[in-house]
Design a binder for this molecule. Sequence first.
Ligand SMILES: Cc1ncc(COP(=O)(O)OP(=O)(O)O)c(N)n1
Ligand SMILES: Cc1ncsc1CCOP(=O)(O)O
Length: 520
Amino acid sequence: MAVDYTLYLVTDSTPEILGDRCLADVVESGIKGGVTVVQYRNKTADTAELVREASTLHEITRRHGVPLIINDRIDVAIAIGAEGVHVGQDDMDLQAVQRILRTSLPNAIIGVSTSSVEEALTAARNGATYLGIGTVFATSTKKDTKSIIGAIGVQKILTELRSNSLNTPCVCIGGVNASNVQQILRQSRHDDVALDGVAVVSAIMAAPNPSEASQNLRNLIAALPAISRTQSLGLMQITNLSFVPDYIAAVVQRKPLCHNMINTVVQTMAANMAIAIGGSPIMSGNGAEAADLAKLGGSLVINMGTVTPDSLDQYVKAISAYNAAGNPVLLDPVGCGATELRKEALQTVLTAGLFDVIKGNEGEIATIAGTSAQQHGVDSAPSNLTLRQKAIMVEEVAKRCGGCVVVMSGAVDIVSDGYQTVFVRNGHEYMGLVTGSGCCLGTVIAAFLAVHRENKLLATLAALLLYEIAAEQATTKEAIRGPGSFLPAWIDTLYQIAQSPESDQSWIKGGKVEVFQHSR
Ligand SMILES: Cc1ncc(COP(=O)(O)OP(=O)(O)O)c(N)n1
Ligand SMILES: Cc1ncsc1CCOP(=O)(O)O
């Protein structure tokens, strides 16, 4: 039987979680909302009650075509003819379970809990049907958890399994709920390695409306963007910049909505830049309308340049609306290390949801990395770091923010998705003399993200090259005498390239992109 592990409900009959509600009603409500597998888990009932409750649940799950797994108790699973069992590392070992079930339930699903690479490899090699990986986050539902492994621990286990050609389906468990389900699914994946689903207890069992809670989790899972294909495209694709004109043409053709929650200094300039490269900007700081805007298929820029307590609340609303709709979000943490209030605001924003791109200067990225000295204002202070050290920092932040591309802007820009990192040596010194030129880069990248969701690294690189090569070309125009005359010429050049990126591709030959090699 092919099992869909997308949303795996593990039951709990304790008063803290179930309260005085009927277990069967809660489970049926969860199934109606989208639960795809049910595990009956009751750590206190006697055997007669276990068999009674399990048969009641089995009658419901069968009616809905959903498999019922029994936690720990192989005898109960056999007694009611359940579809499978789930055992932990301290329960009966897998081979003994297989021997017992071979005669009475020959096709039984056998799930095994694992919290380390060794446990996972052993269980998968010994023929577990699926693995429950955890505990991801600390949870009050299970007090005797051994290790909290986080999304990175899940990713490590998944990657080791798949690189050993073990394709056993995997779900993660522990503290998963609507506020973090997208984060854990995204942060645990790497290349085409991903979880098959999530297992939850309290997020559904303790919900006032289990059907709605399940439906909400299913929607959040379904809204996740497809796995990035950046890694499989390889380094060749990145240094061969012939993809850039096609990327630009698609933006012009699709005219994506660019929703900017951007600082008050650069609103007009950012809107004009977005229009010049083919986007359709809306400068709205009102989080209450973000859910409606998010439905229009565009992207969101959160630029913290003039953050206030009120704008912070609006950012949080907008981030969750765009995450829920599965549309891209770019964070520009302007001046995030400059004051204690900004550092706190940064933490609020970073925990409010997921980002597709984080773009900042060295000081801002170092603040996120937790390595920065005090920032002075919003400009980056001179740095003691080598280019190599900066590249490693950018990679670390990208890895930590799971599935995110990080851009560190500077004389040499560094762009990384945590696995591949490139240096871009384009741009002109006049850019640094125009206020908001860094902020508008965020707006331009976001427009590209809205159209090229399947490859965030290439989308970011295309936007950056267009932006900086246009700046270089603008400075060669006759009437340019300084940053004041440069700005309109820059917007003109962005517009000219965007209007015909394919007919004259000579401009892209000016792209100076180099892959960061760790070994050097
Ligand atoms: C899907 C899934 N994964 C992990 C567990 C935990 O099982 P175990 O380690 O045996 O702990 P208990 O559930 O018995 O407390 C699970 N039940 N389901
Ligand atoms: C059974 C189990 N195994 C590891 S954590 C856990 C409980 C998960 O409960 P919740 O989803 O409420 O955090």
